[in-house]
Design a binder for this molecule. Structure first.
Ligand SMILES: Nc1ncnc2c1ncn2[C@@H]1O[C@H](COP(=O)(O)OP(=O)(O)O)[C@@H](O)[C@H]1O
Ligand SMILES: [Mg+2]
Length: 255
């Protein structure tokens, strides 16, 4: 005979409830780093300075598109891509931000958008761009979320449909920003190289190593693409009362 102890019941309930609570907490955490009127002056300024440097790099290559990548997952690529897109759109330039991290998409959580269909469904010709793009998420900013997680992300990114799609975007937008997968793990991000001027690389304080950066640069060089610069995130500011809980961003031009 099975005896139900009172404690057991509580345990079972917890096991069901906790993952859901964790998920919503994580989503909240993801969107809290998005630029807004409440953002720290230093952070807004750091993004403005990154924006200026990227604009110079793009003007030299006559390209309107770039990808944001890093060595590993969780470095802050999607957060940086979203914030750069916001920063560019604030100049009144028409910007599109696309989630190409088809294995571990996160832009929709960061920007609190629906992701029933998106980039992968459009490339697979199940939907059309105009039906899935999120228009005017902010003035001048459109966003295309990742869509359904596909079994073959690499093949999708190389498909001729993407070539036609990027040609269209080049006609319709002033800046095209791809949030992409980590370069250290899979090659997907490097498959974007033909559509972009280069890669903006995110490094995270106390996580990204010199070895990681070397590998990143090597991989980019192998595909004959180029790094546009680095954004370093997660730099804590040491105040009088010890470490403060907010983050600075630094931009480094790559030579
Ligand atoms: N500058 C930052 N300061 C604090 N937390 C950050 C920062 N950038 C990203 N994060 C957090 O790190 C986690 C991963 O960020 P995300 O942008 O999704 O990384 P990636 O796209 O590289 O996987 C998220 O929970 C996000 O809220
Ligand atoms: Mg991401």
């Amino acid at each position: 005979m099975k005896i139900k102890l009172p404690g057991q019941k509580i345990k079972e309930k917890k096991a069901i409830e906790e993952p859901a609570r964790d998920k919503s907490r994580k989503k909240k955490k993801d969107s809290k780093n998005v630029l807004s009127e409440k953002s720290k002056f230093a952070i807004v300024e750091a993004y403005k300075s990154a924006r200026t440097n990227i604009m110079f790099s793009l003007s030299a290559s006559e390209q309107k598109a770039f990808a944001v990548s890093s060595y590993a997952k969780g470095d802050g690529k999607s957060t940086v891509a979203a914030n750069l897109a916001i920063s560019f759109s604030k100049m009144g330039k028409k910007v599109i931000l696309i989630d190409c991290d088809l294995r571990r998409p996160n832009l929709h959580n960061i920007l609190k958008l629906e992701n029933k269909a998106g980039f992968s469904d459009m490339v697979g010709r199940m939907v059309v761009f105009d039906d899935v793009v999120h228009r005017d998420v902010l003035p001048c900013l459109d966003v295309l979320t990742s869509g359904t997680i596909p079994p073959n992300p690499s093949e999708l990114i190389c498909s001729p449909e993407v070539v036609r799609f990027v040609e269209r975007l080049n006609r319709e937008y002033d800046y095209i920003i791809f949030d992409s997968p980590p370069i250290g793990v899979v090659a997907d991000a490097l498959l974007l190289k033909d559509y972009i001027a280069g890669y903006l690389l995110v490094t995270r304080e106390r996580k990204t190593t010199h070895g990681d950066i070397e590998k990143l640069l090597q991989n980019i060089k192998l595909t004959e693409s180029k790094p546009l610069g680095f954004i370093r995130v997660g730099v804590t500011h040491e105040g009088k009362r010890g470490r403060r809980g907010y983050y600075y961003y630094y931009y480094y031009q790559y030579y």
